[in-house]
Design a protein around this ligand. Structure first.
Ligand code: GAR
Length: 198
């Protein structure tokens, strides 16, 4: 049976596009059913439409800081598409416990650091300021702890002496586009043991 996947985005959606493209591969165990953005301007919405995937916007700003109401509306819209798996792909809103509980064991996120290092923002700047020799990205299950759920996969990149946060982010992003599809394919088949690639 094919697993139905919904993807949440806030911006350019390059990870989302990589996920959708990967699901078009022959014999893939999952299919994309909906892309939702909290940001009506998100460039990823057009990328999803170009790929023939239904899109929706649930704009957090219209809820004037009422996070519970925003998350209820988001959940309601998602339920219409009946996804089995929810992928956060550059979704830049923190989700509260009740929402996370509703998707327990079914929600994945990609984060641009080698977790548990650098949860939260400015991951590449923090890695460079710490003098780290390597950086990378992590796909993990989402729990109510920020960027803290069980790790499903990690990819590493060496840090170069002339790296800036932007150059490092660009190299890590290339790895994200490989790692996230690999993890999703496994997860859709029920495989939750972590994979590590360089
Ligand atoms: C990606 O680097 C992703 O790891 C990061 O935002 C970028 C989104 O790019 N996510 C986070 O920082 C989440 N805390 P994309 O919209 O092109 O996929």
């Amino acid at each position: 049976m094919t697993e139905r996947v919904a993807i949440l985005i806030s911006g350019g959606g390059s990870n989302m596009a990589a996920l959708i493209d990967s699901m078009a591969e022959e014999g893939h165990p999952a299919e994309p059913v909906l892309v939702v953005s909290n940001n009506p301007e998100a460039g990823g919405l057009e990328k999803a439409r170009d790929r023939g995937v239904e899109t929706a916007v649930v704009d957090h700003r219209t809820f004037h800081g009422d996070r519970a109401a925003f998350e209820d509306a988001l959940h309601e819209r998602l339920e219409e598409a009946a996804p089995d798996i929810l992928c956060l792909a550059g979704f830049m809103r923190i989700l509260d416990e009740p929402f996370v509980a509703r998707w327990d064991g079914r929600m994945l996120n990609i984060h641009p650091s080698l977790l548990p290092k650098y949860p939260g923002l400015d991951t590449h700047g923090r890695a460079l300021r710490a003098g780290d020799a390597e950086a990378g990205c992590t796909v993990h299950e989402v729990t109510s702890e920020l960027d803290g759920g069980p790790i499903l996969g990690q990819a590493r990149v060496p840090v170069r002496s002339d790296d800036t946060p932007d150059t490092l982010a660009a190299r890590v992003l290339e790895k994200e586009h490989i790692l996230y599809p690999r993890v999703l394919r496994r997860f859709a088949k029920g495989e939750k043991s972590p994979i590590f690639c360089s």
